[in-house]
Design a protein around this ligand. Structure first.
Ligand code: HEM
Length: 534
């Protein structure tokens, strides 16, 4: 058997499959098939050679198979590398060569980071080396020009969600994962109703209940060191569990994590036993009398109430699809827990680090915080320094710090003077933009006043996008702001906060990792009652 001929044929096939098939379009959904093919096809080729060469020619068949496979794979990779480097529509954008050729180089760079993997930190470095537009993948750009935020995410943007959203969806549906603008818009109306001004008022009782439980725990610890990051996580999970499923996880009462909550957050088990078999819901619904038994009537409306209402009266099929019901209920846990936990953790880190900020906030709250009154939440919405502190935390430590991945429309987009062709994955690196001197005076300093009495310190208002922008921006923004304002006021009015002995905040600043949102490990604080001496 002529191995040279086999080699040439394999290489020709490799080049042809790149140029004829892999060169363009979305292939991420087929990845498992490609892996299966890579594992099985060589076996079939081997058997084919054995058949051709005879039963005793195993060694020769193995050699021929190796030549065929290696020449195919080699030519495929070579063709990709040459095309991506010299001919791709992004060839003129700067960036490290390895990243232009393969995303594995991007992954390798993040994984080898000194601390835990942080994509935005890597990108931040790339922007300081290569400028505002950096090619960070064969078909991907990271952008640090502030105007990219509005262009990519803002109202009227023609960009759509990137392939990434299919990958994280792993077979489920939800508002967050939906890439079709039309379907997203239809479902978003239900969510908008669930977070309207009227609905938000209905959630105040829930927030107060869990704030009470957290305060009670702080009191019982009598000023001893506690891991505040854990307690803020318990608070966030209990509220979101209540919002999604009408029942808290009781983490605040138990003082420990609830394993179910972690699983639900990771999206594995949803809506109790119906999670793995969501098709059971319509079957139950169709059995006379069974629908009554799964009637859902919480004391006050929660997100599930609005989702079920849409299922009952909504005309579009997605409202009836149990996969959406399951996905959206889980989404509220995923979207509303890490984000608020992180923000509370950083907020109290800054208050402990800057006692003068804490004191100024304490003084302001005397004027704006009226617990137990009807206007409790409304008054806090108008407290300038409190809002400034929250904004500044979100500016310096946005919970989603890297890029929100979008795909450019077929006609491309122009950011500043730079044209970006269609079908390219783009993201604006919020971490870098939030620290630009062109956007903020003294960008690395924590200055809450820039959002109130010193507006001249914000040089570009469009640079703030912690909740993202446009029609796919955070639907829970107002809910999150209510939580942040109310619980912070509640704590600061009763307690003074300081670092526990041995804590200097370096863990929260250095030892966290990013997985879409950021995760903080530990923040040891002491909450001491202002009216007592312990
Ligand atoms: C400080 C707190 C929060 C921050 C900084 C934040 C930030 C964000 C960001 C940046 C996005 C856009 C993600 C993307 O496009 O991929 C987003 C989406 C979303 N957030 Fe939040 N979030 C916060 C709290 C919450 C809370 C408390 C809830 C629920 C009560 C929530 C529910 C959602 C949902 C459902 C989406 C998807 C919206 C859509 O695709 O239309 N978030 N959030």
């Amino acid at each position: 058997m002529d191995l040279q001929v086999i080699g040439v044929a394999g290489a020709a096939l490799g080049g042809a499959s790149h140029l004829g098939y892999f060169i363009d379009g979305e292939h991420h959904k087929n990845a498992p098939h490609y892996v299966t093919a890579a594992l099985t096809v060589p076996a079939f080729i081997f058997l084919g050679f054995v058949r051709t060469l005879g039963q005793n020619a195993f060694v020769e068949a193995a050699r021929a198979t190796s030549v065929a496979v290696i020449s195919y794979a080699g030519a495929l990779c070579l063709s990709m590398a040459i095309y991506r480097t010299f001919f791709h529509r992004l060839r003129n954008f700067p960036g490290p060569l390895a990243l232009k050729v393969t995303k594995f180089a991007h992954l390798y760079n993040i994984m080898k980071a000194e601390h835990a993997p942080r994509d935005f930190e890597f990108r931040d470095k790339l922007h300081s080396e290569f400028g505002e537009f950096v090619r960070i993948g064969p078909n991907e750009l990271s952008i640090s020009a502030p105007e990219a935020l509005v262009k990519i995410l803002g109202p009227g943007s023609k960009c759509t969600k990137g392939e990434y959203y299919d990958d994280i969806a792993v077979g489920s549906n939800s508002l967050h994962y939906e890439r079709s603008k039309e379907l997203h818009g239809i479902r978003r109306k239900v969510w908008d109703r669930a977070f309207s001004a009227k609905s938000l008022r209905g959630y105040e009782g829930r927030m107060l209940k869990y704030a009470d439980q957290l305060i009670e725990q702080f009191r019982s610890h009598k000023g001893k060191a506690i891991n505040a990051a854990d307690w803020f996580a318990f608070y966030s999970f209990d509220i979101m569990g209540d919002m999604a499923f009408g029942a808290p996880y009781d983490m605040l009462l138990d003082g420990k994590p609830n394993p179910m909550a972690t699983i639900v957050q990771q999206g594995s088990v949803i809506l109790g036993p119906s999670g793995p078999i969501p098709w059971i819901l319509p079957i139950l619904n169709s059995i006379p009398g069974a629908a009554k038994s799964i009637k859902y009537e919480p004391e006050s409306p929660d997100l599930f109430t609005y989702l079920l209402e849409a299922e009952k009266i909504g005309s579009h099929p997605i409202h009836k699809d149990p996969k959406w019901l399951v996905g959206d209920s889980t989404l509220v846990i995923g979207a509303g827990t890490d984000t608020t936990t992180i923000t509370f953790s950083y907020l109290f880190y800054y208050l402990a680090r800057y006692p003068e900020v804490q004191e100024k906030l304490f003084q302001e709250l005397k004027q704006y915080y009226h617990p137990g009154t009807d206007a409790e939440f409304r008054d806090l919405a108008n407290a300038p320094y409190l809002n400034g502190v929250i904004m500044e935390v979100l500016r310096l430590n946005p919970p989603v710090p890297g890029g929100i991945l979008r795909k450019t429309p077929s006609e491309g987009i122009t950011v500043g003077d730079t044209f970006i062709p269609g079908g390219v994955t783009v993201s604006a690196c919020l971490w870098t933009i939030s620290r630009l001197e062109s956007c903020y005076e003294k960008p690395l300093e924590f200055v809450p006043e820039r959002w109130g009495e010193k507006p001249e310190m914000v040089l570009n208002k469009n640079a703030f996008a912690a909740f993202s922008l446009g029609p796919m921006a955070c639907v829970g923004r107002q809910f999150a702001m209510m939580e942040l304002r109310n619980l912070t006021s509640r704590i600061i009015s009763e307690f003074s906060v300081q670092f526990a002995p041995g804590e200097d905040g370096s863990a929260i600043m250095n030892e966290w990792h990013e997985s879409f949102t950021m995760h903080v490990e530990s923040l040891m604080l002491q909450f001491k009652r202002r009216d007592e001496n312990f």
